[in-house]
Write a protein that binds this ligand. Structure first.
Ligand SMILES: [Zn+2]
Length: 366
């Protein structure tokens, strides 16, 4: 194989970027990444052909999170291919270099940072949002998600869907000088990528408003930022845990979880609480859904539909709705007041169901 397989990161450049980001790093040191035994250690592995959902709790218990180092090597036709070395990093610095390469790839390909470069609804991310994403990408949980985004990039690149700097690749072949995938990519799709149906780039962009949301192939961050507290419970918001929650709704987690109450509670349990606990925040025990004009009832959300049907009949029986912990109503008596509406309201009081509290599964015992 070529010299490209023994790329060592340019440690000085990495150090300076890490200093600039000033990201608090916390790697735990137990468990070992096992190398696949049947191939020589120098052979890069291509990423799996399909995405499998991230098991964040398991990943966070592993010693390292970024996966193998990305290497670029010539394919049978001389065009570059990208794979990963199967060897675990030697130390924290190498792990951080791998995380940083994932971040560079995402910055070039997946983040919308200039107007008109993303989907029609996308606004460019603000510098603060980019800085938050950078810190997240270099954290343990972020390293897991950005590794998945990078694996998508490798798949697209190996199919020939991403444009790359051909002069740089030719120079690499001649000099053997190592080249990083993030240097080689131009940030755009190749001609083949532009005309195929299956080159759906994952995008992270901004929207006008507050909070964050996600879909199968995108995450949107509100330009007004995140709240500091969850409205009803007053629990503190952990921005990294929110990002992990949103990744949990994408194709790298469980895309079916978005838009249903139980899916939200499961996302908090699987993808948000592990990060909160790691960052020193108490786990969220309840997911609160606000029912208003902006929360249209999803026909596929059985729990919510059942609850609203019972509510309309004036016969809410919470024991038939196992995961439901509490309902909050806004009652006019005579000033608007929020009350627990599982108990019948005082006579002649007009109440409307406003909040639904669903239990979040407690964290797995160690
Ligand atoms: Zn959600």
């Amino acid at each position: 194989m070529t010299a490209a397989h023994t790329i060592r990161p340019h440690t000085l450049a990495i150090r300076s970027v890490l200093t600039w980001l000033a990201a608090p790093l916390c790697l735990i040191a137990f468990g070992l990444v096992s190398a696949q035994a049947d191939l020589p250690l120098s052979t890069p592995r291509l990423p799996p052909e399909t995405i499998s959902p991230v098991d964040l709790e398991r990943e966070l218990k592993a010693r390292w999170q970024a996966g193998g180092e990305i290497v670029v090597f010539p394919g049978p036709d001389g065009r570059p291919l990208a794979g990963r070395t199967p060897t675990p990093p030697a130390d924290t610095e190498e792990e951080q270099a791998r995380r940083l390469e994932h971040w560079r790839l995402a910055y070039k390909l997946n983040l919308v940072t200039a107007p008109g470069t993303g989907p029609p609804i996308a606004l460019p991310l603000t510098p603060e949002q980019v800085a938050l994403l950078a810190r997240f990408a270099l954290s343990d949980a972020g390293a897991v998600w950005f590794r998945e985004v990078a694996d998508d990039t490798l798949r697209l690149f190996n199919k020939g869907y991403l444009a790359y700097d051909e002069a740089l690749w030719t120079a690499q072949r001649e000099t053997g000088e190592p080249v990083r995938l993030s240097q080689l990519l131009t940030g755009g799709l190749s001609e083949a990528g532009l005309f195929t149906q299956d080159a759906a780039l994952f995008r992270i962009f901004a929207h006008d408003g507050r909070g964050a949301m996600a879909a199968n192939a995108s995450i949107r961050l509100g330009r007004e930022g995140l709240r500091c507290h969850f409205t009803l419970s007053d629990e503190l918001v952990d921005p990294h845990a929110i990002l992990s929650h949103e990744f949990g709704h994408t194709r790298y987690g469980d895309p079916k979880s978005a838009g249903t109450v139980l899916g939200e509670a499961a996302t908090v349990a699987k993808y948000e609480n592990p990060v909160r606990i790691r960052n020193g925040y108490p786990p969220r025990t309840m997911y609160y859904l606000r029912l208003d004009a902006r929360t249209p009832v999803q026909p596929r959300d059985e729990l919510l539909n059942r609850l609203l049907a019972q509510w309309r009949q004036g016969s809410v029986r919470i024991e038939t709705l196992t995961p439901v912990e509490r309902l909050y109503c806004e009652c006019m008596e005579p000033e608007p007041i929020i009350r627990d509406c599982t108990a019948p309201p005082p006579a002649q009081t007009e109440c409307s169901l406003r909040w639904l509290a669903v239990r979040v599964a407690p964290p797995e015992a160690e």
